[in-house]
Structure formats: structure tokens, C-alpha cells
Design a protein around this ligand. Sequence first.
Ligand SMILES: Nc1ncnc2c1ncn2[C@@H]1O[C@H](COP(=O)(O)OP(=O)(O)OP(=O)(O)O)[C@@H](O)[C@H]1O
Ligand SMILES: [Mg+2]
Length: 163
Amino acid sequence: MSIGRVPLSDAIARLLAELQQLKEGARIEFRGEDLAGSYGEAVDLTVYGSVREGVTNALRHADCSKVEILLRESSNTRTNGRLIPYSLHLSVQDDGRGISPEVTFGYGLTGMKERARALGGEMTIGPRQSGGTTLELQIPYDKASVDGDRSTEPGAAMAAAGE
Ligand SMILES: Nc1ncnc2c1ncn2[C@@H]1O[C@H](COP(=O)(O)OP(=O)(O)OP(=O)(O)O)[C@@H](O)[C@H]1O
Ligand SMILES: [Mg+2]
């Protein structure tokens, strides 16, 4: 992929190690399930940027002790009323103070939503039942743009930043 030509899940793991410095005491856990190296530059950059914004928000605004990031492929999802054959699903969940459904988006969430929509995807954010906040993105990708090795070991892309 274009981010330093490293596989998407590795780029995310490095990013999370940097973001850990925003809040040393918080646990950041990343699970990338059976991911390819790249899903095309636009998709990679949108996912990468959304992880950065979502995790930064959790560490800055949520007063949380843990942030969990999950990235996986999904097939045949209904997104914006359309059937999407191939997409990536990203979730960023924290165990912090939660978020009001009526929150006013700043530049960070507005930009994330616009980038997701520009790719035919969608972004949602809201309170978790168990407390904290869940951010979710569904980003369609073109199968012909998928590139790079798929990790063969289950859990190979697991990374707990700072550990
Ligand atoms: N994980 C979260 N937990 C609690 N509140 C959140 C969370 N993420 C976002 N928010 C709330 O949503 C608001 C809007 O977020 P957004 O990222 O759009 O703007 P921002 O972080 O305030 O500024 P910036 O434009 O620099 O990103 C935040 O100010 C905060 O009140
Ligand atoms: Mg923000």
C-alpha cells in the first residue's frame, strides 16, 4: 500500500504505537482478521485515517481505559440502501464516558463521514450499551484492487501497542 509500502495492518499497528503516547495508561488492542496487504490506495488511506481519528478521539475525549479496534472483510452488506459485495468493516470501541447521539461533529468526524461516503460507504458513531462509544465504518472496495499477502497465521496481525 501507499503508506510507506507496508501492509495495511502493519501500518495501523505502527500508528497505534504512536498514538499510545497520547495516553500512556490506556490499553489499545487491534485485531485485523485475515486481511490483505492493500485494498487500493483510497480505501487504505480512508481506513488508516479513520483509525487515527477514532482512536485519537477516544484517547482525548472519552476518559477511557481501553480502546479496541477491529478490522475485517465483509461480504454482501447493505450500505446506504445498496448491496455491497465487498467491503471492509472497521470498529473502534472504547469504555469511556460515552457520546450523545446528538453530538455536534467537529472536523474529525465530519471529514471521516465525508470520506466514507465518497467511497460509497458509511460511518456511524454512538453510545455502547455496556458504556463507552462505538464508531463503525463500512467501506466498499474493488476486488481487483486487493493486493499483497494475506496473513496465514490467525492472529498474526494482533498488536497491542506498547506491549
Ligand atoms: N470516543 C468518544 N468518546 C466521547 N466523546 C467523543 C468521542 N469521539 C468524539 N466525541 C465527541 O464528539 C465531538 C466531535 O468529534 P470530532 O472528532 O468531530 O471533533 P474534535 O475531536 O472535537 O476536534 P477535531 O476536529 O480536532 O477532530 C468531540 O468533541 C467529542 O465531544
Ligand atoms: Mg476529533
